[in-house]
Write a protein that binds this ligand. Structure first.
Ligand code: TIU
Length: 232
């Protein structure tokens, strides 16, 4: 199967490919969350929700593996580096009370995935203390156990956790396709640049495409309704 992508079509088989949805958490995406409390425009991230929903439905219908990640820490913060803690000092810090519970702490409401993209039973959810999904997690083992060699990557934010994960995956031998409409950043310029960096130099970190092209490859894109919606 092939998907139109930059710098050239991405070839994959569903059985050896996972859809990896990065950090679609309430604190990053909801208007009352931590990201919004820092003054960020969450609509820039929320526009990725609809395309992810459509993609998840198609990928699940094709029996593809879905893996979700969440960024966050143990309630005792024992896995939080002092460096990460210090550099979050501009706003409320990790572990402090935020609008939806303690910020980036596992088990708190804001740490959870948004309801629109809730995992189904059986879909692994990987909790990660860093920006990359491979650092200090069992993601690599989960993928290896299932014979996964390619990743379709979506989520937030494009230049932080999505990019870091793609770079980590690249060094571990995975081919990654990043879907631009299914990612988002609080900084539109960073979103664009991060995607360009992935596909530049003959795909130095991977491929960049659009979810519509993947739906086409899966044969699940619905034809657009004719104007006026009338019947013949
Ligand atoms: N998931 C993720 O990207 N975590 C961040 O902290 N992103 C920011 O853009 N700050």
């Amino acid at each position: 199967m092939h998907v139109a992508a930059d710098p050239y079509p991405f070839a994959f088989e569903i059985a050896s490919t996972a859809l990896l949805v990065i950090d679609m958490q309430r604190d990053f995406l909801e208007p009352g969350g931590f990201g919004a409390a820092l003054g960020n425009d969450v609509t820039l991230l929320r526009r990725a929700i609809g395309p992810n929903q459509t993609l998840l439905a198609a990928w699940r219908a094709a029996a593809g593996l879905v893996i979700h990640t969440r960024e966050g820490h143990r309630p005792d913060l024992a896995d939080l580096h002092p460096a990460k803690h210090r550099r979050a000092a501009a706003g409320p810090r990790i572990g402090e009370a935020g609008p939806m519970g303690r910020i980036l702490v596992r088990g708190e409401p804001g740490h959870d995935l948004i309801a629109d993209l809730a995992p189904l039973p059986g879909e692994p959810v990987v909790d990660k203390p860093g920006k990359g999904a491979f650092y200090a997690t069992d993601l690599h083992s989960i993928l290896a156990a299932r014979g996964i060699v390619r990743l379709i990557v979506t989520g937030v934010t494009t230049e932080v956790c999505v990019s870091t994960t793609v770079r980590e995956a690249n060094d571990r031998g995975y081919d990654c396709l990043v879907l631009e409409d299914c990612c988002g950043s609080y900084f539109p310029g960073f979103h664009t640049a991060a995607l360009q960096m992935i596909a530049a130099q003959s795909g130095i970190f991977g491929w960049v495409g659009h979810s519509g092209a993947l739906l086409d490859a899966l044969g699940t894109r619905q034809p657009t309704a004719p104007a006026g919606g009338g019947r013949a």
